[in-house]
Design a protein around this ligand. Structure first.
Ligand code: CA
Length: 229
């Protein structure tokens, strides 16, 4: 699969980390920069397909970076990250060559969807293809965040979806509670480890009525998907 490269330009480390972890999880190659100078150096070094560009940076603005990128040989797609949603700013950014903008605070899943949409529009095949994970009669679409079992839609909360996605990405393995906590609840250190059991039971309650039992409990170890008959 061809992967697209995304340069994340953001001076708040927490936001940069979340974007980086999420985009990598979705198969993108990522680099980060925390200011205008770093952004231009990283763009030259890595030729990103797309730049997620914070507007307010310590040594200037994302608008300036965008103008320089457009003037140079590299011509990445640009999505501005802006805390300022005033129409004049947004229009200004788009006029300066931005392909889209996202207003903070944002939902990371929305960022991934917007990155894919812009890449499809600007780069065609460079965007990772829409991905559907299949296990037996369960289908999970990572782009549309929908799940079907035996052709019937299953409504899941974002956490339930992420938990099921992690299980479906690792169909051959038993995943420990610690691993699931790290992968699914990584940004919330306050959660109790019993939350995994709770959410596994939610998933079973929603998925098992539509088919055979899906999730296996390996006592003292963790959880995995049952083999498909
Ligand atoms: Ca900033």
């Amino acid at each position: 699969m061809s992967t697209a490269t995304v340069l994340i330009v953001e001076d708040e480390p927490g936001i940069a980390d979340i974007l980086q972890i999420t985009l990598r999880f979705h198969g993108f190659t990522t680099y980060t920069a925390a200011d205008c100078a770093g952004a231009l150096a990283a763009a030259r070094a890595h030729s990103p397909d797309l730049v997620l560009l914070d507007v307010m940076l310590p040594d200037g603005t994302g608008w300036q970076v965008c103008r320089e990128l457009r003037a140079g040989r590299e011509d990445p797609a640009v999505i501005f990250l802006t805390a300022r949603d005033a129409p004049s700013d947004v229009l200004g950014g788009l006029a300066l060559g931005g392909d889209d903008y996202i207003t903070k605070p944002f939902n990371v899943d929305e960022v991934v969807a917007r990155v894919r949409a812009v890449l499809r529009r600007t780069r065609g095949a460079a965007a990772p293809a829409q991905r559907v994970l299949v296990h037996g009669d369960v289908e999970l679409n990572e782009d549309t965040f929908t799940v079907r079992r035996a052709g019937r839609p299953v409504e899941l909360t974002p956490t339930e979806f992420n938990l099921l996605r992690h299980l479906m990405r690792n169909p051959e393995r038993i995943l420990t509670k610690e691993e699931l906590l790290r992968q699914v609840w990584s940004f919330d250190s306050a959660v109790e480890s019993t939350v995994v059991e709770t959410y596994i039971s939610y998933l079973r309650r929603k998925l098992d009525p539509l088919g055979s039992p899906l999730i296996e409990t390996r006592r003292g170890v963790g959880y995995g998907l049952r083999e498909v008959a």
